[in-house]
Design a protein. Structure first.
Lengths: 554, 309
């Protein structure tokens, strides 16, 4: 195979060639990396947007931002975090990891995969172009200011002049096509391209969870696309689907949006589950507790999560019976999620835990996601929700799930798989400092939000009066942000430092058990020199412990 | 919400305590398990042996499937009862009924038979030792809003082309503040609600005053002329004059209200002048423009407005 290797005497590859290699690539590892890099860049952007908001809200009556600027910021913050941080990081990590973990050469449709990435990329640019092109003819607004769930009829031409809402529609619509195509791609890959010996029940749980995740994407994103096209018809062609002044329905949008929106939050959190499900066993040195039940719980979450969307609409005045039914389904989704919690903890108990950075973040995930899950049960309870819905309690709750949960799981994954991707270890000391700064900053910021919600502070207000008694808790929330910024800066420092100066990792630095650790770090373009053959869920355990292989017990 | 003053808010607070109890217990159990794992299951330094591999346990896993199911069932039954108790489709006897219309960015309160239309501040009578029930019919003039006064009970969305009802209650006199809880655009933050619960005789005095047409004070005739000549009257109503706009709050008894701009600022003479000079300085983005009056004209108009008690 020496003919395929570059000639030894070749000089450094020119920049344009390297750029072309990335732009034109169909390799799942390169595309995965690009997704994640974009996701991290947008994480910084959306984080800065949040920082500006917290500056404005740090004390009553601040005038850092105008109301219009503030409203744009929270719209862009939410939209960016969901569609251009969460989605690319989950699709990117699935891109990188799934083929390696199931012993495949690439995804089933590599060119479709590249196409999806570029749809995502340009979709995100369309959204951000609204800051420059959103003014339209009327000089009204720039970026969209309708909130990330864009309730009708606020998005109609009557109330949202200019083109900002159109950019919001198109940016997400385009990116959504990419996500849907990727979902198809993964389903085909996972069902059809597993290596020899890997039956469905021998797949790593990450692949299982991504499979369920992609089915959810397939179910949830098309209704959003449909709703957005209807809205575009309203805005551009004079239709009246959501135009209440002409008999359209405001509730129709809410139903369509949340039919997407609720599965969407599970689409976002499931990859977080996937990461910690891979990481906890490795660092506890113990096989995952109750694999079949974990699979069942994942599938159950997938099913139940498409039947809970009305819990976002408990305060729109639906009938008591309807509210009660959706309260039941929402509480029910806590059961499989609880099963997962128990199984993770049961994996740790009786293990010999190494608290390296990935495991620290995974443990942080467990604790903080637990709190977010418990406040989720609070919010599922309709009478309680009537009181705090659309308040800062809700903001606190979903940040515990998506930041304390998902982002911590993402950091666990970054620290865990960075050696595989780059061939170098990340710095443990910086990683631990970052962890503690983030834990402290995060809990100050979002813990305090629960209290402001209890005190009656609605979300999405750009200011408040001193006599409402919210100053102290808002100041606390804003101060936490400073601590978080320090943590994120350490991460950036660590990332750049480790990329160039990190200790060499070797193929299998964590003594792990899944297939990606059997190839080199970084893996060659073709992933595996020989097609792997597996006999159990932990192929590398079998290799390392020939006397006590897994397949004897499964 | 931890200072409820009526049955709806108290019912919710009771359910909240139940939730705090149950979820708190679950949380304590989980944190103990996680804490145990962190403290007791660490790898001893320099000991690389692998622990025994435990693949799962059907009885244990069954337990942590069934027990949560039972907890969910109990919670569901308790909360469902709360839903059916609080969601009312008809007013209770003696309740004050009014129609609330959400506008960008102020609240209109229509007392129906009493013939009172006011903005931002609503009054409810309460008898000695009794309770004040409030039965609201909620409508929107433009986009979705949400009516929320935490101490009096739950919130309810106000949605265009849809009529919602909300039952609130107070068991003592007082002033209770709430605000719009559904994002409705630029000035969502300054869309406050003031509920004044007052003894019945005070309420009746308030009603009698509100029912009268605007006061006609000849000492401020110049200001009145200027007011009626300016575009103010396209949007505002002052009963008893030609001003009959319905787009903005009724000003007939402006000075009986404690705030300007639906809670944006307190209703003081200086604030009123600043507001008329340029509302955009106080509530940027609201629909009321500066009328480009000179400072002396503003004084004239405000002198007239101050007679609208």
């Amino acid at each position: 195979m020496s003919a395929l290797q570059p000639p030894a005497a070749a000089g450094p590859v020119p920049f344009l060639s390297r750029l072309h290699e990335w732009v034109a690539t169909v390799d799942h590892k390169k595309l995965g990396t690009m997704y994640i890099v974009c996701g991290i860049i947008y994480l910084i952007v959306a984080g800065l947007e949040a920082t500006m908001m917290r500056w404005q809200l740090a004390w009553s009556g601040m005038e850092v931002l105008t109301p219009a600027e503030f409203n744009r910021l929270f719209t862009m913050h939410g939209t960016t975090m969901v569609f251009f941080v969460g989605m690319p990081i989950l699709l990117g990590s699935a891109n990188y990891l799934v083929p390696l973990m199931i012993g495949a050469r690439d995804l089933a449709f590599p060119r479709l995969n590249a196409f999806s990435f570029w749809l995502f990329f340009f979709g995100s640019l369309l959204l951000y172009f609204s800051y420059f092109g959103g003014q339209g003819l009327y000089g009204m607004g720039s970026a969209p200011d309708v909130g990330w769930f864009a309730y009708a009829p606020l998005t109609e031409r009557t109330f949202s002049r200019g083109h900002s809402t159109d950019y919001w529609i198109l940016g997400i619509f385009v990116a959504g096509i990419g996500s849907t195509a990727t979902a198809v791609n993964f389903i085909a890959t996972i069902l059809g391209m597993r290596c020899r010996g890997m039956s469905l029940m021998k797949m790593p749980l990450l692949a299982w969870i991504m499979l369920v995740d992609c089915v959810l994407i397939l179910v949830a994103l098309p209704p959003l696309a449909a709703a957005q096209i209807l809205l575009l018809f309203d805005r551009q062609l004079g239709a009246h689907f959501f135009d209440t002044q002409a008999g359209g329905s405001a509730l129709l949008w809410q139903n369509l949006f949340w039919f997407f929106g609720h599965p969407e939050v599970y689409i976002l959190i499931l990859p977080g589950f996937a990461f910690v499900t891979e990481i906890i066993p490795v660092f506890s040195r113990k096989v995952i507790f109750g694999y079949p039940l974990m699979v069942a719980a994942t599938v159950a979450i997938g099913f139940i999560s498409v039947g809970v969307w009305v819990h976002h609409m408990f305060v729109v005045g639906l009938s008591p019976m309807l509210n009660a039914i959706f309260m039941g389904s929402t509480m029910l989704v806590g059961v499989p999620t609880g099963i997962k919690m128990f199984n993770w903890v049961a994996t740790m108990i009786g293990g010999r835990i190494r608290f390296d950075t990935p495991m620290l973040y995974a443990t942080g995930f467990l604790c903080q996601f637990l709190l977010g899950g418990l406040t989720g049960i609070f919010l599922a309870t309709v009478p309680f929700d009537w009181q705090v819905s659309d308040s800062y309690f809700v903001v606190g709750h979903f940040h515990y799930v998506l930041f304390g949960g998902l982002v911590f799981a993402i950091f666990a994954a970054v620290y865990y798989w960075f050696p595989k991707v780059s061939g170098r270890m990340m710095n443990e000391t910086l990683g631990k400092w970052q962890f503690w700064l983030l834990v402290i900053g995060f809990n100050i910021t979002f813990g305090a939000m629960h209290v402001s919600g209890f005190l009656g502070m609605p979300r999405r207000v750009y200011t408040y009066h001193a006599d409402r008694g919210w100053d102290f808790w808002n100041l606390l929330t804003s101060l936490g942000v400073i601590v978080q910024i320090l943590g994120f800066s350490l991460f950036a420092l660590n990332l750049v430092h480790s990329l160039f100066r990190g200790r060499k990792a070797g193929d299998d630095p964590w003594d792990a058990w899944t297939l990606e650790w059997s190839t080199t770090s970084p893996p060659p373009p073709h992933n595996f020199d020989e097609d792997p053959i597996v006999h159990s869920r932990r192929p590398l355990w079998d290799l390392k412990h020939p006397d006590d292989p897994d397949w004897k017990y499964e | 919400m931890f200072d409820p003053v009526g049955v709806p808010a108290e019912t919710i607070l009771d359910i909240t305590w139940l939730l705090i109890g149950i979820c708190g217990a679950i949380g304590v159990v989980m944190f103990c398990l996680i804490g145990f794992a962190i403290v007791r299951c660490r790898r001893p330094e320099g000991d690389d042996r692998e622990p025994p591999q435990v693949y799962g346990s059907n009885p244990i896993e069954l337990a942590w499937t069934v027990v949560p199911l039972m907890i969910v069932f109990v919670l569901f039954m308790v909360s469902a009862r709360g839903i059916f108790e609080l969601e009312r489709t008809s007013p209770s006897e003696g309740a004050t009924e009014l129609t609330v219309t959400g506008h960008r960015w102020w609240w209109e309160f229509d007392y129906g038979d009493l013939g009172i239309v006011t903005a931002g501040e609503l009054h409810v009578p309460i008898d000695e030792g009794g309770v004040a029930d409030l039965y609201l019919t909620l409508k929107s003039a433009d986009v979705a809003h949400s009516f929320w006064v935490p101490q009096l009970g739950p919130k309810m969305d106000v949605i265009p082309d849809r009529v919602n009802h909300l039952w609130l209650q107070a068991n003592r006199p007082g002033t209770f503040v709430g605000q719009c809880a559904e994002y409705c655009g630029n000035q969502h933050a300054n869309m406050l609600i003031t509920v004044v619960v007052e003894p019945r005789e005070d309420f009746e005095a308030w009603v009698r005053n509100q029912q009268q047409d605007a006061a006609a004070d000849t000492t401020v005739a110049a200001g009145k002329r200027l007011f009626l000549r300016t575009a103010c009257i396209n949007c505002h109503t002052v009963r008893g004059t030609v001003a009959n706009g319905t787009f903005a709050p009724d000003l007939t008894h402006l000075m009986s209200r404690s705030t300007i701009g639906s809670g944006a600022i307190a209703n003081t003479p200086e604030n009123l002048r600043e507001w008329v000079w340029d509302p955009q300085n106080i509530k940027p983005g609201c629909d009321m423009p500066s009328m480009k009056l000179s400072r002396s004209e503003v004084d004239l108009v405000c002198a007239y407005l101050e007679t609208l008690r």
